[in-house]
Design a protein around this ligand. Structure first.
Ligand code: GDP
Length: 195
């Protein structure tokens, strides 16, 4: 699947701007700066396809990427800005929650978590939103190259113990690094099974 070309389809700032739901979709979620754009670029092999969105002032939008006409990758706006104004959080919630609840072609959400920090409350809020929307989600650790193997084992165990209690969480956890390529093939294989 990932040998095929990945192209930008469109960005949607509101639910009225979503593309037609004609292909299976996988959505990527995570705190801003978690490494979401780097991971999407590593998966697709296209540098600069997904752009970093780590400025609070940037337009919040859902970005849709077509993967060879077989699967659509949806880059969702990041969350967890400590100083985000209330209006911005409300807008984010309306867009993301509305998308998650009303998208029958959505096969799975990938929730990215920084391996150095583990789960934060904003990630737990995201998981609760996904549980309520009945969207199966899979956690993926990012930036695994930044910590020692023993620390990675520890964060992995802690995270797995926590997702075991969740309704819609997929029971596996993939550790990745966009720098070293760790876990990229494994995640590609997982996504290919959803196309
Ligand atoms: P986004 O805001 O979630 O899209 O995050 P970005 O992909 O822009 O990454 C945020 C920062 O983390 C950038 O400086 C990246 O270079 C860095 N980064 C992302 N992924 C990795 C990784 O796997 N390893 C390392 N060491 N740095 C990473």
């Amino acid at each position: 699947l990932f040998a095929r070309e990945c192209t930008f389809m469109r960005g949607a700032v509101a639910l009225s701007g979503l593309p037609d739901a004609t292909q299976p979709e996988v959505a990527f979620a995570g705190r801003s700066n978690v490494g979401k754009s780097s991971l999407i670029n590593a998966l697709t092999g296209r540098k600069g396809l997904a752009r970093a969105s780590n400025t609070p002032g940037r337009t919040q939008e859902l970005n849709f990427f077509d993967l060879g006409g077989r699967l659509v990758l949806v880059d969702m706006p990041g969350y967890g800005f400590a100083s985000a104004p209330k209006g911005m959080v409300e807008k984010w919630t309306r867009l993301v929650n509305g998308f998650l609840k009303g998208r029958p072609v959505l096969r799975r959400a990938i929730v990215l978590v920084d391996a150095r920090h583990g789960l934060k409350d904003s990630d737990r809020d995201m998981m609760t939103m996904l549980d309520k929307a009945a969207v199966v989600y899979q956690l993926v650790l990012t930036k695994a190259d930044k910590i020692k193997p023993a620390e990675l084992d520890e964060v992995r165990d802690r995270t797995l113990a926590e997702i075991a209690k969740r309704v819609a969480a997929h029971p596996t956890l993939i550790a990745t690094s966009s720098e070293t390529g760790l876990g990229i093939a494994e995640l590609r294989a997982e996504l290919a099974s959803l196309a």
